[in-house]
Design a protein around this ligand. Sequence first.
Ligand SMILES: *[C@@H]1O[C@H](CO)[C@@H](O)[C@H](O)[C@H]1NC(C)=O
Ligand SMILES: *[C@@H]1O[C@H](CO)[C@@H](O)[C@H](O)[C@H]1NC(C)=O
Ligand SMILES: *[C@@H]1O[C@H](CO)[C@@H](O)[C@H](O)[C@H]1NC(C)=O
Ligand SMILES: *[C@@H]1O[C@H](CO)[C@@H](O)[C@H](O)[C@H]1NC(C)=O
Ligand SMILES: *[C@@H]1O[C@H](CO)[C@@H](O)[C@H](O)[C@H]1NC(C)=O
Ligand SMILES: *[C@@H]1O[C@H](CO)[C@@H](O)[C@H](O)[C@H]1NC(C)=O
Ligand SMILES: *[C@@H]1O[C@H](CO)[C@@H](O)[C@H](O)[C@H]1NC(C)=O
Length: 363
Amino acid sequence: MFALIRLYIIIFLFEYTLSEDILLPSFLTSNQSFSSSTTSLYLCHVHQLNNSKEFFLQGYNIVNGGNTSYVHHLLLYECSIKDKLIYSGLCGMYSVRLMPRSVYHNCQTRIIIAWAKGGQLKYDYPIDTGLQITSYTQLLLEVHFESMIPSNHSIGVHLRFYPKDIKPQYEIGVLTLGTLARSPLFLPPRLNQIRFPTYCVNDCLKYYLQNNHTMNIFSILVHAHKRATRIILKENNFNRLIDRNPFEFHRQEIVYYNKPYPQINSSSELSLICYYSTENDYSKGIYGGHDSDDEMCQAFLYYYPKIESFPLCLSIPVYKNKNILNNNQNWSLKRSLLINNQLELNFNHLKTLQYEVSREAAT
Ligand SMILES: *[C@@H]1O[C@H](CO)[C@@H](O)[C@H](O)[C@H]1NC(C)=O
Ligand SMILES: *[C@@H]1O[C@H](CO)[C@@H](O)[C@H](O)[C@H]1NC(C)=O
Ligand SMILES: *[C@@H]1O[C@H](CO)[C@@H](O)[C@H](O)[C@H]1NC(C)=O
Ligand SMILES: *[C@@H]1O[C@H](CO)[C@@H](O)[C@H](O)[C@H]1NC(C)=O
Ligand SMILES: *[C@@H]1O[C@H](CO)[C@@H](O)[C@H](O)[C@H]1NC(C)=O
Ligand SMILES: *[C@@H]1O[C@H](CO)[C@@H](O)[C@H](O)[C@H]1NC(C)=O
Ligand SMILES: *[C@@H]1O[C@H](CO)[C@@H](O)[C@H](O)[C@H]1NC(C)=O
């Protein structure tokens, strides 16, 4: 009798608590070695979730993150396509070209989890909230190792989902701020500070946050590449939501807030300001792009309750004089300062695409 009850309990737990480990496969970690010239190695693995229905993520643990000082950071991305993608191998800033293009382009945009050495190992989303994971999602795990790969345990994440068929009260939304990867971002060489502002204008928030809708921001991840030195996110020009100073490309952990969470409502306006240094570049300016040798300026706001059809609030600089983005010239400090001055004096930004698109649809 007891055995039967136990069996029921086991079946019950099996049916109703869902979790999944996404770990770097041991064939991958055991087969890597550091050459004497590198101290960094990135490994990636695409993992197929097996859910025929949507799931809601409740929290996660970093598996073995606390056991080793060799893991520098770990990122988990959600791929945007359902076509079967297969990849386990080198990746990251030194080996981007080794990844299949389809994996690189479809999986390295939406970051779900970002952890860096020293970050917390267990995280629960705010009570009654969950991040939706669509059916048969593929996830890309990227782990950055420093000087050594531990051979006796695997590294990864343990995802904890809400029980099947249970939808949390609030769905988590992710709002992307900043500018498109392939926008006219241009950084002349030889300069130790370049300021690049982007906006999520009030028009846009007024439109999406009608009827007293409020976004509760519980975490923020800012994202840029190697030349970024500082990133600030401000609300209404005075309320600093985040100031990553210095910003370090190798420490892209998510910043979590305690209650009461910062809120954004229809009277808000957001500016995300990225600072860069090109003092180690001499002959070429840097364009916007996905590679870590290009630059970006983005922030991901994790908030609830989710606002439908509001994934982006971006701004794109528009320069009257297209010639200022011309990299084909003999750069001198004087020339860099001149061009940068023209770039920084430009206040003309195209507002969020999403807003323009929905406005057009509505009229
Ligand atoms: C390990 O690496 C070697 C050399 O790069 C390769 O030939 C071999 O197939 C790899 N083994 C596995 C199990 O991936
Ligand atoms: C996916 O789930 C089905 C049904 O539970 C199971 O038969 C199958 O082995 C699973 N596939 C993987 C890759 O886990
Ligand atoms: C450390 O590794 C061991 C063995 O792999 C594992 O059981 C333990 O949970 C790990 N601890 C942490 C804090 O990750
Ligand atoms: C893994 O190996 C390292 C170095 O050999 C050792 O210090 C550590 O205790 C080992 N961890 C486990 C969980 O066996
Ligand atoms: C918004 O909130 C204010 C104060 O809380 C209230 O007076 C007002 O009626 C609300 N407006 C709507 C459209 O719900
Ligand atoms: C938005 O929030 C601010 C500060 O929290 C508050 O002063 C303002 O009245 C709110 N605006 C609306 C439209 O709810
Ligand atoms: C750059 O300088 C070199 C040598 O002084 C000259 O030949 C070349 O035409 C210059 N290029 C441009 C784009 O001005």
